[in-house]
Each structure stands twice: as C-alpha cells, then as structure tokens.
Design a protein around this ligand. Structure first.
Ligand code: GLU
Length: 395
C-alpha cells in the first residue's frame, strides 16, 4: 500500500541524525566527542527541577490543561517578552508548544496554503524547509555570501520574491552561523517585509546569547499589532532545558486562533510539569543564562582561534548563539578521496570520533557547523583531534 508522497519530499532532521549516530558509536564504546546538535552541556537550574518535582506531586497537573498553554505561563511569557524583547503582548498572543520546533510547524500550518512560497536564506536551520513542505508550502532558498558573513540583503530578497511569496524565515542570532545582524541591517529587512506586506517568522531562540555588540531587535518592535510578524521562542537554549520541550509562538489573534485549533487537534497541552518548570525558569530571570554565556564566550574565542590556526580551515565571524560555521571546502574537493563536506564529516566521525554537522544539512555545502556548548575539556580534546585529522590529510 502507498504512503504519502511527503515521504519523497521531506528529510529527517540532519542535526538529530548526527546526534543519533554519535549515540550509537558511544554505545559501542567509542570515545565520541559531539559538536553536533546544539544543546547546552549544563544541567537545568535546581529551581527548575524543584518546581517540576512539586508540579509532578500535585494531582491537578495529572490532568489535561488548555491546549494553548497554562494561563499563568502565558502571562509570564507576555511579561518577559516585554522586559527582554522590548515589545508588548498579552497572554492571548501566546501558544505554548512542545519546543520551538512545534511552534515553527504550527506557524507554517497557520499561514500557508498550497503554492505559497517561503523565502529561506541559506545557511538555514535544517527544520525550516522541511516544516514548510509538511505545511504544503514551497521553500525558496537564497544563497547568501560568505563575504557578507552569510547575511541576506534586501537586493537578494527582492530578486527571490514572486507573486506567490508569503513569508520570510528570519533567525538572528543565526543557527547555524552564529552571525548576528546589526540593528540597521535588521531594520532594512523588516522595512522590506512591511512594504511588501509579507509575513516574517522570526526565530528568537538565541536572543539572549550574544557575546559582542547588541542583538538585533525583534521585528515585533516595529510591528506592535503583529500584523506581519510571528515570533518563535522557548526555554531550551537560554535556560539549558532542551529535553523539557517548552517553546512558544507569538502572533496576532487570527494566527493564534488557528494555531490553537491546530495544536488542540495535534497534541492537546504541553506536559504540565514542563510548563511549570518553564515558569520557574522565566521567573528566576537571566542570571543563569548570563553565567552560561561566560562559559560559551570563553569557548567561542578558544575554538575560533584554535580552528583558524589549522591550515586551510577558517571560521565565519560569529558573535551569537553557540555555533561556529567552518569553511572546510579545501578538504572536500576530492583530492583526498573526500568529495563533500558530508563525506568529510563522516570521515571525522568514523576515524576520529568527532561529530560535526555538514553544511549540506543547512543548505550550504563546503562548510560544517560545530556547537561549542560542550565542556572546555571536550572542546579542547575534540579540536586537537580535528587538528590531527587535518595533519594526516596534509601528509
Ligand atoms: N536546534 C538544535 C540544533 O540545531 C537542536 C537539534 C534540532 O532540534 O535540530 O542543533
């Protein structure tokens, strides 16, 4: 019997595939160091764990709760959004979801009809185009330039616009490059969106992880009615809570209305225990985030210097998130039997037990992404293995 044609259209998550492969090798006793999926190496804060234990013991939380999320959490999200992101919303503008990933899918399902195009500047986070396709839309890619630090320009957006364009996906600080757009650059893009009356989906999961300079303001700052803007955010990266699966979508009443219908049919509510844990995270502020940031920044500087000192590897200048995007094109031109960044990353994993995500996963072959959200010791050892691997290739 046939299954859906979607099977030929979508790919599994490339970042998750690397994590699975690393886990498999680890279970065989291999000393794998993972630079793959991006998740902080710190445990979730104690007060988060305590709140979850308390929540699990309360029978009220053993039952269904509203599909859009607990009202108390939605109110806290509205408050922290104003405090941290600088735009005003109320709890009716929020749907709590099972992580940012579900929010992204719900956003596309809420906006797209068949034939609608979504502009996605590459390199992009691997999930965006697949989620667009699941929602029946068509991703349209823009190849950005390394010489422009992989930032998209209005000129490029203008060229890729068609009568079917409905949306732009925007991520600053960027996964996978760690690049942060300046306020002026972001404003130019937002102006173009508003002028053309398109949607912008702004992925703000890394908003608190900026190490130098300012973070880009959210498009919602310029669009207080959320006429064109949808925001995705969550607790995963800022509070080291990837496994708890709590993200959220912010939009106007129509977007949230449809999003709620979709989520009520898809999953009902997010686990109450996780939602109350997320409340504790947000209520306790950004101290824990700022502590992690000190470690991330140290690792960012260390890794950038160490990789740039390896012959023919170089890192895209990055000031945010916890990723570095490394140009490895010199080593995948076929000279050493390695014909792509995918083959290069496979070779590193199989021979040196270091896991990186190849640029193909983000629509930009010839590069690889590394997450520096791992311990200083693993970072140092893993990069020494990378250096040794390159020495062997150069021999
Ligand atoms: N967002 C993280 C990453 O890009 C987690 C993995 C995933 O969900 O794809 O590595």
């Amino acid at each position: 019997m046939d299954i859906s044609k979607l099977d030929q259209k979508i790919k599994p998550s490339g970042t998750m595939a690397i994590s699975n492969k690393s886990r498999e090798l680890k279970s065989q006793g291999k000393p794998v160091i993972g630079f793959g999926a991006g998740e902080p190496d710190f445990p979730s804060p104690d007060y988060v764990v305590d709140a979850a234990i308390k929540a699990a013991a309360d029978p009220k939380n053993h039952k269904y709760s509203p599909a859009a999320g607990l009202e108390s959490l939605r109110q806290i999200i509205a408050k922290t959004t104003k405090d941290y992101s600088g735009f005003e919303i109320n709890s009716d503008n929020v749907i709590v979801s099972n992580g940012g990933k579900q929010s992204i899918l719900t956003a596309f399902l809420s906006i797209l009809d068949p034939g609608d195009e979504v502009i996605i500047p590459a390199p992009y986070w691997t999930t965006y185009p697949e989620a667009v396709k699941i929602a029946g839309g068509t991703p349209v890619f823009i190849e950005t330039e390394k010489s422009n630090n992989f930032k998209v320009t209005v000129e490029q957006l203008e060229k890729s616009k068609s009568k079917n364009t409905k949306m732009l996906v925007w991520c600053s600080p960027s996964n996978p490059t760690g690049v942060v757009y300046s306020k002026e650059e972001a404003e130019e893009i937002y102006e173009w969106i508003f002028k053309n009356d398109l949607w912008i989906l702004s992925d703000e999961l890394y908003e608190h992880l900026v190490y130098e300079g300012e973070t880009s303001p959210s498009p919602a700052v310029y669009d207080p009615e959320l006429k064109n803007t949808i925001i995705v955010n969550g607790v995963s990266k800022s509070y080291s809570m990837t496994g708890w699966r709590v993200g959220w979508l912010i939009g106007n009443k129509s977007v949230i209305g449809l999003g709620k219908k979709i989520q009520s049919q898809a999953t009902s509510n997010v686990s109450n225990v996780s939602q109350l844990a997320a409340e504790a995270a947000l209520l306790n502020g950004l101290d824990v985030t700022n502590e992690m940031k000190i470690a991330f920044n140290r690792r960012r500087l260390f890794a950038t210097e160490k990789i740039n000192s390896i012959p023919n590897l170089n890192v895209v200048d990055s000031t945010g998130a916890f990723y570095l995007f490394v140009d490895v094109s010199h080593y995948c031109s076929g000279k050493n039997g390695l014909n792509s960044s995918e083959e290069f990353c496979d070779w590193l994993l199989e021979n040196y037990f270091i896991a990186f995500v190849p640029g193909e996963v983000f629509g930009t072959p010839g590069f690889m992404r590394l997450s520096y959200a791992l311990s200083d010791e693993d970072l140092d050892n893993g990069l020494s293995r990378l250096s040794e691997a390159i020495d062997n290739l150069n021999e």
